[in-house]
Design a protein around this ligand. Structure first.
Ligand code: ATP
Length: 446
């Protein structure tokens, strides 16, 4: 059933222009995906909500847009060149390669193969380290290559600009620097649609604090980010949970870490990680760059290196969670209705307008006029390419909260039929009230 839901979501995303395979006409490029017209809109809505919540609405957080390709020394300092590796093990039976930390451990050195379910003995099939960094030649000639690295997290762009931001913005701690952008990892275990990609997008905040405030701010961010998914993105609370990392699971830089997990079609998996990174990053960058990245404490009159709390979210995983959470199938008159019950403000179109009859010019004209009035205020769609039932189904599948039908009577009574996506209830309202009606619907929380 869960597998079934996954393939239905993938098919819907393709059919309705949300997500396509990367380089598809050339046979595809594994683990790269393209967002279609509706996918690009949903992705942008998610990013806008995040940016608005943290950068626009808060005084102690500022935004940043740093380069994707960075100097090799950045990743020497961050530990990525040395330590950003996966331990891979080959199954001696089916010959497939797996990340050992993702396999089920069934005894000392014994793991269960995900593919053929036989045992893998890691004392015989020795795990090998594989670095996930992607590098590219940034010199002007091929004979004398000079390599830069594609960042595996947006965070490093923030750390290397910490001093620039402090100096130019005249801020005091706590100070958050927020960034949305692409990150790249040569992931080995791929699949599961857009859950694990080699090119993906992150929304990260590095929240710099005095060391003694780190624990409290860490707890604050765990709760804040959990609430964000429920109240701002509209995910169901029962599909979200927190999971605190065990000490032996923590990344080399982290003092503590909690994952926000979502109940994806293939099970509970990480949607976001919130970590207390201590002062690891600034300390290491100060060492390697030989620049002073410390702050002055006005009270103690001493210099110190700030601690940092990092809520690190994936745009693509949030997108996947939103579609998965909203996906519903309902039996209506013996037929299956597929409907995306998205939070209305996330929908690609807040309303769709149809003329009931396409061959009546006055009707089409009125429908187009109503559409233009709406479009002036909200994202909207006009469609006259099918029978009404088909048009409703199309809009249900992409999560349009309201459909407006203009019929012959509309010409005289100046009313239209407005249909609610979730209840399918139809109401007749004055044409003049349409824009207001949509506004009310979209401002409702769900
Ligand atoms: P995982 O254990 O699933 O590989 P991670 O712990 O390595 O994830 P982080 O380094 O904490 O991930 O990255 C922060 C966030 O970035 C993740 O919670 C996820 O939302 C997103 N992310 C990380 N790697 C990928 C990827 N390959 N594809 C899509 N999103 C990703």
């Amino acid at each position: 059933m869960a597998e079934d839901k996954l393939s239905k979501i993938v098919a819907l995303c393709r059919r309705r222009g949300f997500v396509f395979g990367g380089s598809e006409i050339y046979g595809g490029l594994g683990s790269f995906w393209d967002y279609g017209p509706l996918g690009a809109k949903l992705k942008k809505r998610i990013k806008d909500i995040w940016w608005d919540t943290y950068v626009e609405k808060r005084n102690e957080i500022v935004g940043l847009d740093s380069s994707i390709i960075m100097h090799e020394d950045v990743f020497k300092a961050s530990g990525h060149l040395e330590g950003f590796t996966d331990s891979l093990v080959d199954c001696p039976h089916c010959k497939k390669r797996f990340r050992i930390d993702k396999l089920e451990k069934i005894g000392d050195n014994l793991y269960k193969c995900e593919e053929c379910h036989t045992n893998i003995d890691s004392s015989k099939s020795k795990p090998r380290k594989f670095n996930l960094m992607l590098k590219t030649n940034v010199s002007a000639t091929e004979d004398e290559p000079y390599y830069g690295y594609l960042r595996p997290e947006t965070a490093q762009g923030i750390f290397v600009n910490f001093k620039n931001v402090m100096d130019s913005m005249h801020k005091k701690l706590p100070l958050g620097i927020a960034q949305i952008g692409k990150a790249f990892r040569n992931e080995v275990t791929t699949g599961s649609f857009i859950f694990r990609m080699k090119e993906f997008e992150q929304m990260e905040i590095e929240y710099f604090v005095k060391p003694e405030e780190a624990d409290e701010k860490y707890k604050y961010w765990v709760n804040e980010r959990f609430d964000f998914y429920v109240s701002k993105i509209g995910l169901k609370k029962e599909n979200l949970r927190l999971r605190e990392h065990e000490k032996d699971e923590l990344a080399h830089y982290a003092k503590s870490c909690t994952d926000i997990e979502f109940n994806f079609p293939f099970g509970w998996s990480e949607l976001e990680g919130i970590a207390n990174r201590g002062n690891f990053d600034l300390t290491e960058h100060a060492k390697v760059s030989k620049k002073d990245l410390s702050c002055f404490d006005d009270e103690t009159k001493e210099r110190f290196t700030p601690y940092v709390i990092e809520p690190s979210a994936g745009v693509d995983r949030t997108f996947f969670a939103v579609i998965s959470d909203a996906y519903n199938e309902e039996e209506v008159n013996g037929k299956t209705r597929v409907v995306l019950k998205l939070k209305p403000s996330l929908a690609a179109y807040y309303a769709a307008v149809f003329p009931l009859l396409k061959n009546k010019p006055e009707l089409v004209e009125l429908a187009k006029k109503i559409f233009c009035d709406i479009k002036d205020k909200f994202p909207a769609s006009y469609d006259d390419t099918g029978a009404i039932g088909k048009l409703y189904r199309r809009q249900d599948e992409i999560g349009t909260p309201l459909c407006i039908t203009v019929d012959v009577e509309s010409l005289t009574d100046k009313k239209v039929t407005i249909r609610d996506r979730d209840t399918m209830k139809q109401e007749r309202i004055d044409t003049e009230r349409v824009v207001e009606y949509i506004k009310e619907k979209v401002s409702q929380n769900k």
